[in-house]
Design a protein around this ligand. Structure first.
Ligand code: NAP
Length: 182
């Protein structure tokens, strides 16, 4: 896939490396912006409050499948039910929320785990296949939590639990599975 990642930090830069290693063609865009018109998939990995400003610098946004990885630790813009909906209002394509509950600090240790870690995601139906593929290509097993309307905010609101666990464990992996499949 041709993937344009907006944000070159821990998450954006880290995922770009994992996907490039898996054979994808990845372009990373920073504050200087750029052109995403050739992208099959757009990934947004900037601080939650910077979403609108970051995407304003990107030309060629035209309904691409989009994965939002952002979290927010301050007040929310109540105009949107979730950050993913805010991203979708700008890009206009089928949208997913993924990678928001997985720690970038341990991307380089995914491969060394004895079982594949899980990655919780929510997605519009038309974004689901590409998102699952990119979750797998980053080394995780996808676990669907619901469509964007029901699942994105659920994942964002769960960030407090993630942080509480990180306070005990440091950056961690997690795995969800049906009995017999762990
Ligand atoms: N770190 C994690 O483990 C983790 C896990 C899950 C989700 N998240 C979420 O993922 C997002 C990115 O986190 P991160 O850890 O990768 O952050 P980060 O390392 O600070 O990187 C953020 C990136 O966003 C860019 N950026 C900031 N403001 C911008 C703007 N106004 N316009 C364009 N680009 C802008 C930064 O550019 P500069 O380099 O120029 O500053 C940087 O490349 C956040 O929403 C975070 O909550 C993080």
């Amino acid at each position: 896939m041709r993937i344009t990642v907006v944000g070159r930090g821990n998450v954006g830069g880290g995922l770009a490396q994992l996907w490039a290693k898996a054979g994808h063609e990845v372009t990373g865009l920073g504050r200087d912006g750029g052109d995403a018109s050739g992208a099959d998939v757009l990934v947004v990995a900037v601080p939650g409050p910077a979403i609108t400003e970051a995407l304003a610098g990107v030309a060629g946004l035209a309904g691409q499948v989009t994965i939002d990885a952002c979290n927010l630790y301050g007040p929310r813009d109540d105009a949107f039910p979730s950050l993913s909906h805010q991203v979708k209002s700008i890009v206009g394509g089928p949208t997913a929320k993924s990678f928001s509950t997985n720690f970038a600090a341990v991307y380089d240790r995914i491969e060394a785990q004895s079982v594949r870690p899980s990655n919780l995601f929510a997605a519009d139906p038309a974004a689901r296949e590409a998102t699952e593929q990119l979750i797998r290509d980053a080394g995780y097993d996808p676990v669907f939590v619901g469509d964007l309307d029901s699942g994105a905010r659920l994942l964002e609101d769960g960030s407090g639990l993630t942080r509480a666990l990180a306070g005990q464990l440091g950056p961690f992996f997690y795995r969800y599975g049906s009995p017999g499949k762990l």
